[in-house]
Design a protein around this ligand. Structure first.
Ligand SMILES: [Zn+2]
Length: 75
């Protein structure tokens, strides 16, 4: 009876070790999440100061604007 328990414990421990090893391998292969956010440059709107992605900002000369409303010259 004691042998059976010992065998069961050994099996459980080895399964646990394999699980930990697989998890460690998965974490090593994961890509860094910061890569996508770093490529997007934020620029402040010259009218209201709101930060918008450079691709979405409206550029007039050296100035960046968040919307067409703010890009219009004041009347
Ligand atoms: Zn604005």
């Amino acid at each position: 009876m004691f042998r059976l328990i010992l065998l069961f414990v050994l099996l459980a421990v080895s399964l646990y070790a394999v699980k930990l090893w697989q998890r460690g391998r998965l974490e090593k292969t994961k890509k860094p999440l910061t890569k996508s956010t770093q490529s997007q440059k934020m620029v402040p709107c010259d009218e209201c100061g709101l930060h918008v992605p450079e691709q979405e900002a409206i550029k007039i000369g050296d100035n960046n604007f968040c919307s067409l409303e703010h890009a219009k010259p004041p009347k």
